[in-house]
Design a protein around this ligand. Sequence first.
Ligand code: GAP
Length: 494
Amino acid sequence: MGEDVQSLAKRRGFIWQSAEIYGALAGFYDYGAMGATLKRRWEDVWLDFFLDLNDNYHLIDSTTILPEASLKASGHLDSFTDPLVECNKCGSAFRADQLIENETGESAEGLSLEEMDGKLTELGLRCLKCKGGFDSARTFNMMFPVQVGTKGGDVAYLRPETAQGAYLNFKRHFEIMRRKLPLGLAIIGKAYRNEIAPRQGVYRMRELIQAELQIFMDPETFGAQLELDEMKGKEIMVQLVGSRGRSNAEPVLCEILIDAHGLPPFFVYHMYKIQEFYLEEVGIPGDKFRFFEKSEKERAFYNLLHFDIEVELSTLGGFRELAGIHYRGDYDLSRHQKHSKEKMEVSVDGKRLVPHVLELSFGVDRNVWALLDIHFSDERTGILRLPPRLAPYTFAVFPLMKKDDLVSIAKELHYMLKCRFSTLYDASGSIGKRYARMDEIGTPFCVTVDYDGLEDGTVTVRDRDSTDQKRVKKDDLDRIAFGLASGTISFKDL
Ligand code: GAP
């Protein structure tokens, strides 16, 4: 993990290991004041963007504890596993596929347990802690069991993905929302995975947050319900299974992905929208973004089509998965129909079907970390260039010095701005230190009240990225602030 970003994350109140004073458990993290706000802003931007795709997409919430029967039906009880190898000397546990990937640089996700054993031997890999040998690889179920009620109570599990809450609630929402497809159900919340080796900071957590949108649809009519023309002539950065081995993803026209690669138009349309989200809403540079297609052997057990969404992160040493777009077919609803004996089949325009699911699945913690990684400036260390919509504070207001006449105006301006924007007031320390602190937490604009301004009714506005300052009339500040925060006025043009 990048030391600078990591120390900034701790020092400035973004994120750190949970229960540190007791030595901390691997894979559990807490958000501080800046981190919790940044996370909430990312979630808001995500919700605005993806719920906006259709009037029949809605935010719901569901429990994090699920009965065993529902996870037997979903396939997680039998198939939500990772390949575990343990050292036969010190007992340390490792993910076999990761040991192989770290050594070869190639994905080992699709290998059988026997193939992994063979590869570990062929590569001469030994325990990373004590250089001991490994026992045979075996599958390890990553769900956390919980006992509900007193002794002999029901067996249940912490949910391994938020998606199940949407499937279990589908039928009721379909009725409530007047029996239309597509129907989108989004959930943002915790999921739990007992990861074998959570060694990469927030990249592999045991308690994580997901933002997932499950789109229930008829695959035969869904394409016609979308504005497919929007993606005409547009390119998507993608690494297809067939082009593995070449180092980079290539821009591929949406039409080519449909006509030559046989992807359904509804699938490509959502890839296009996800790319738009990352490049335009979150500010990820185009050359650091790509879709990565998973082969039949690599994809999750419930998926018919599976592309990871990857962003190049210097703190994690290359392109890393932040999200996924999954076509799950009718797998989930059919399985729940079979196991629960409740009908999931619906009737729409005279056609009876078990709806198919297109899933847009995002790891919130990984996306928040990516914001810190991508926007942390190398040129002038200490600047977090977050877009104004994502920064914990959009404005900070300072009196140049703690003098009554400056303080009263600064407080008045702070009150005015904080009614509409997230705004911090700070009067302590030198003005240079206050600017530096705001740079580090990503505050795009600082407003300072000084003595010149007392004379002529002006204040200075400082731009984080250029560090330039401009003097504006105090009475214009409300209008200017709105323009700067919304991007309709650029600082340069003030
Ligand atoms: N419902 C589908 C699903 O859960 P997934 O690929 O297993 O798919 C979706 O997870 C996203 O959740 C990933 O793209 C990643 O961003 C995030 N995620 C998964 N496991 C994680 C972990 N152990 N720590 C942090 N984020 C994780």
